[in-house]
Write a protein that binds this ligand. Structure first.
Ligand SMILES: [Zn+2]
Length: 253
């Protein structure tokens, strides 16, 4: 099993990061740790270097904060990414969030920044990991214009089934489902209708735990996988095999 999206560099794990990683090693084959900012991308690289062949770094520029960055900061992040491209397994999470960002001009700026990263993924043929919230169709319409992106992942996809079906028309587009699938009726409906060949597992930890008090962690990806097995009426071993192979393929690990 693979946790294809989490944030073990976050301060929520500062006091017991080693224990969290050890628990993940007991049940998982690999973990993809996604950066969110300039500093976070550095930490993600450091953590992955300490845990070779287990924790893989993804370069992120989180959409919820992207519009607050100056053009120098954006340029700095882009240069950092291009210089260290070989060290990262994907570009993301990058994207657009219409849930938190409601102002039209800020949304335009967010889209412009997102597009700049999509162009890098296209130019350098790098897997793109997308955070798209309440604007899934718009995100799809942007990325489908780019033919050289090897794989696209809609992380924690929460859009409609109709848009999901459009996304599934592309063989190289995937959706990752988090532990939210354990309690969200919408996610359960999506999982039932999306072929396993397009599904990845993730936690988005420390977020999206089963209760507000709890901190999520990579090992808990098993909870979501068990629910996917139940919803699809397929045994857990097969879910594990197929989603792990999907993960290895999209991140080239
Ligand atoms: Zn995330």
């Amino acid at each position: 099993m693979i946790d294809t999206h989490c944030h073990i560099d976050f301060e929520e794990f500062d006091h017991d990061r080693e224990d969290v990683i050890n628990r993940a090693r007991e049940v998982l084959e690999a973990v993809v740790d996604s950066g969110t900012s300039y500093e976070s991308n550095q930490s993600v690289l450091d953590i992955s270097k300490k845990n070779p062949d287990f924790i893989y770094p993804s370069f992120g520029f989180h959409p919820v904060a992207s519009h607050t960055k100056t053009s120098e900061e954006i340029k700095q992040a882009q240069n950092f990414l291009i210089n260290k491209l070989d060290e990262f397994v994907a570009i993301g999470e990058v994207g657009m969030d219409y849930y938190y960002i409601t102002d039209k001009s800020l949304r335009d700026k967010q889209q412009e920044i997102f597009t700049s990263f999509v162009e890098i993924a296209n130019e350098y043929k790098k897997t793109l990991l997308i955070h798209g919230r309440d604007c899934e169709k718009k995100v799809l319409n942007i990325i489908k214009e780019y033919d050289n992106i090897p794989y696209v992942i809609f992380h924690c996809y929460s859009g409609s089934l109709k848009t999901a079906r459009k996304i599934m028309e592309y063989d190289n587009y995937y959706m990752s489902f988090s532990t939210m699938v354990c309690y969200s009726k919408q996610h359960q409906e999506l999982v039932k209708n999306i072929p396993l060949e397009h599904i990845l597992t993730e936690t988005d930890s420390p977020y999206l735990a089963l209760s507000r008090e709890e901190r999520n962690e990579p090992a808990f990806v098993m909870r979501g996988a068990r629910k996917i097995a139940e919803l699809k009426e397929i045994n857990l071993k097969e879910i594990d095999e197929i989603t792990s192979n999907n993960g290895k393929k999209v991140f080239n690990i």
